[in-house]
Design a protein around this ligand. Structure first.
Ligand code: PMP
Length: 427
């Protein structure tokens, strides 16, 4: 890593734990110190040393239009001039909520919050209140933010850093979390039935993104829908990554499943801090002040964030070809990475759903968490560093998703393929 990023990282570690404001930004899993980013445009980011990279992190998913798209810059600039926060309702929030309700048939009412963690935390509280039950079931390797009860065998940074259970989460709270294996249809059905009397909710990433991308097995999501309905428990889709990425109606539209509650984040905020949870009207009307379940936020529905989110969602809605294009670009990325693996004779595989994908090293197929953790993380680390030298900015972990955006062009994916081949040849 070059001089300015090194200097900034040294300064950062003095005043910020680990030098980063979120652990996934650390390069501990791949070695070296993170590049500090100065700016982005379209599919590119530039670091503090003036190096330019093709970006496949996309701020971990939000940037479906790429960096600094004109529609977002204009909307945010305009709103900043009008005031950044009022702590009172605005017309923009009504428009965003209406748009979310229109896009997602399972969502009849929605509450805006500021982060994905807040969305899942609030959804769990609501599920417990609505059912009068305590336990929630989550899947090993799925990440739903750093909510106490959900930070149990979690994915993403918790997986990368090998601290699946965090100190500070009381055992009594972790005890309320039931674990099951993603895509294990029979085992999960048995776990749901075993806890039928006290299970408030099953929360799932409908396409797992935080153990690397793992698509749902045929029948898996359908089984979750059936079994939760059978015991009057709630099915909560965490669509923080997949919402507005895998289609206008998210993963639930793509797979034809109607969850009771949905958590959104990332794309809905257009790159600003904004997230949401919503679902059935009878459930959402329990939220304060309509009902007794307390949930609040000084900056919830922040007008600048809402303006950014609306700009992105309006753009996606107006572009009939957006999701076909994301699918095509994702398919191309998968193709060039597979070709690169084959030509270098490096064992591995590529999992992809739409515009999210992961190249796993040293494994033939990845259908579960157990498969994912068999991946060769040392080889990934070397590839990551080689790719950086090739001008490709990837997530600094084997267990994350890469994203393409509408700012990527076919030529950029051809570049990805050539860079990948060279980086693999040098492993
Ligand atoms: N759910 C999923 C599926 C996520 O990927 C993330 C973050 N990567 C979260 C929830 C938490 O969102 P946030 O980081 O905004 O709290």
């Amino acid at each position: 890593m070059s001089r300015e990023s090194e200097r900034l990282f040294a300064d950062a570690t003095r005043v910020i734990p680990g030098g980063v404001n979120s652990p996934v930004r650390s390069w501990r899993a791949v070695g070296g110190h993170p590049a500090f980013i100065a700016r982005g445009e379209g599919p590119w980011i530039h670091d503090a040393d003036g190096r330019r990279y093709l970006d496949f992190v996309a701020s971990w998913g939000p940037l479906v239009l790429g960096h600094a798209p004109a529609v977002v810059v204009e909307a945010v600039t305009r709103q900043v001039g009008l005031g950044t926060s009022f702590g009172a309702p605005t017309a923009l929030e009504v428009e965003l909520a209406t748009l979310l309700v229109e896009a997602l048939p399972s969502v009849e009412q929605v509450r805006l919050v500021s982060s994905g963690t807040e969305a899942t935390m609030s959804a769990m509280r609501l599920a417990r209140a609505a059912t009068g039950r305590k336990r929630v079931l989550k899947f090993v390797g799925c990440y739903h933010g750093h909510v106490d009860a959900l930070l149990v065998r979690a994915g993403s940074g918790a997986l990368t850093l090998g601290v699946p259970d965090s100190p500070g989460v009381p055992a009594e709270i972790a005890d309320l979390t039931v674990l099951a294996d993603y895509n294990d249809v029979d085992g999960t059905r048995a776990a749901i039935r075993a806890h039928a009397a006290d299970l408030a909710a099953v929360i799932v990433e409908p396409v797992a993104g935080n153990m690397g991308v793992v698509p749902p097995a045929p029948g898996f999501l359908e089984m979750l829908r059936e079994e939760t309905a059978r015991i009057d428990s709630l099915l909560v889709f965490d669509e923080v990554i997949t919402g507005f990425r895998l289609g206008w109606s998210g993963a639930q539209g793509r797979f034809g499943i109607r969850p009771d509650l949905t958590c959104l984040g990332k794309i809905v905020g257009g790159g600003m801090p904004l997230a949401a949870f919503g679902g059935r009207r009878d459930l959402m009307s329990m939220i304060a002040p309509a009902g007794p379940v307390y949930q609040a936020g000084t900056l919830s529905g922040n007008p600048v964030s809402v303006a950014a989110g609306l700009a992105v969602l309006r753009t996606l809605r107006a572009d009939d070809g957006a999701y076909d294009r994301l699918e095509r670009l994702g398919g191309l990325a998968e193709h060039v990475l597979r070709e690169a693996l084959a030509s270098a004779g490096v064992p591995g595989t590529v999992n992809r759903v739409g515009s999210m994908f992961t190249l796993f090293f040293g494994v033939e197929s990845v259908r579960s968490y157990a498969d994912a953790v068999r991946a060769d993380t040392d080889r990934f680390a070397r590839w990551f560093r080689n790719m950086l030298e090739e001008g490709m900015y990837l997530p600094p972990s084997q267990f994350e998703a890469l994203f393409v955006s509408l700012a990527h062009e076919e030529s950029h994916l051809a570049e990805l393929g050539r860079a990948a081949a060279r980086a693999l040849a040098r492993l």
